[in-house]
Design a protein around this ligand. Structure first.
Ligand SMILES: Nc1ncnc2c1ncn2[C@@H]1O[C@H](COP(=O)(O)OP(=O)(O)OP(=O)(O)O)[C@@H](O)[C@H]1O
Ligand SMILES: [Mg+2]
Length: 226
């Protein structure tokens, strides 16, 4: 990964079903930097994350993540690359409810071929570091929203990816849990050197980031406010 920026997006455009959702987007992020992207519902925030992760092809422009040209990844290699490189956190945790917290957190490692013993030990350590050791063996379906998000962060971190993409990670939480999860998320760059890109409607979540951007009409710009 060397000195490549964590994110280097140039002239990214994306159209789906004939509708242009992203227009000529430029975005760079240093390793260890935190960014928040705000924008009205339907402005293309989740679409942007999908393009960054190579889940949606660009119609123009390039996306580089830690020096890798995402658009040039072969289909067979993209999933393994994504597993190593990007951790995802979504609005509701998106855990598998019948699996325990530790099984959920270990899943990316198990999928990537790490042995069970190492995968579970890593997941348990992360749950402890993120303050949810006591629910490690509980089925994910019974956890509170805040606990779910902590487990989701542990899962996102399990493969030690250089980049975390968080899509409305606090959208389902009350004010206190939002603050707790933000404290945790925005500590990741310092604690693990991870680059963090959060998409949010909530100005008090965006406030935690090093840099804030706004997506409007498919265009991304730096935000002076918040
Ligand atoms: N696969 C698709 N096919 C057609 N339209 C799509 C597709 N994916 C997204 N869209 C449309 O693109 C627009 C942007 O969607 P996106 O989910 O990126 O918005 P968003 O900013 O994340 O919104 P929200 O804040 O509500 O999550 C929406 O109008 C959506 O309906
Ligand atoms: Mg969205």
């Amino acid at each position: 990964m060397g000195s490549s920026p964590a994110l280097d997006v140039r002239g990214l455009s994306c159209a789906v079903g004939g509708r242009v959702l992203l227009r000529d987007v430029d975005l760079t992020a240093r390793s260890g930097e935190s960014l928040a992207v705000m924008g009205p519902s339907g402005s293309g925030k989740s679409t942007l994350l999908a393009c960054l992760a190579g889940l949606l092809p660009a119609t123009a422009g390039t996306v580089q993540v830690c020096g890798t040209d995402v658009g040039a990844l072969r289909a067979g290699k993209a999933a393994a690359w994504r597993l190593r490189t990007i951790g995802f956190v979504y609005q509701f945790g998106e855990l598998l409810p019948e699996l325990s917290a530790v099984e959920n957190a270990a899943l990316p490692l198990l999928i990537g071929g790490t042995g069970r013993r190492t995968a579970y030990a890593t997941a348990e350590r992360l749950l402890a570091e993120l303050g949810v050791a006591e629910v490690a063996d509980s089925p994910a379906g019974v956890l509170s929203g805040g606990e779910r998000q902590r487990v989701a962060v542990a899962r996102a971190l399990s493969t030690r990816p250089p980049l975390i993409l968080a899509d409305e990670p606090t959208g389902a939480l009350d004010e206190q849990a939002t603050d707790d999860v933000c404290a945790l998320l925005y500590e990741l760059p310092r604690r693990y050197g991870t680059t963090l890109l959060t998409v949010t409607h909530n100005p008090s979540v965006a406030h935690w980031a090093d840099r804030r951007l706004v997506l409007r009409g498919g265009r991304l710009s730096e935000s002076a406010d918040v």
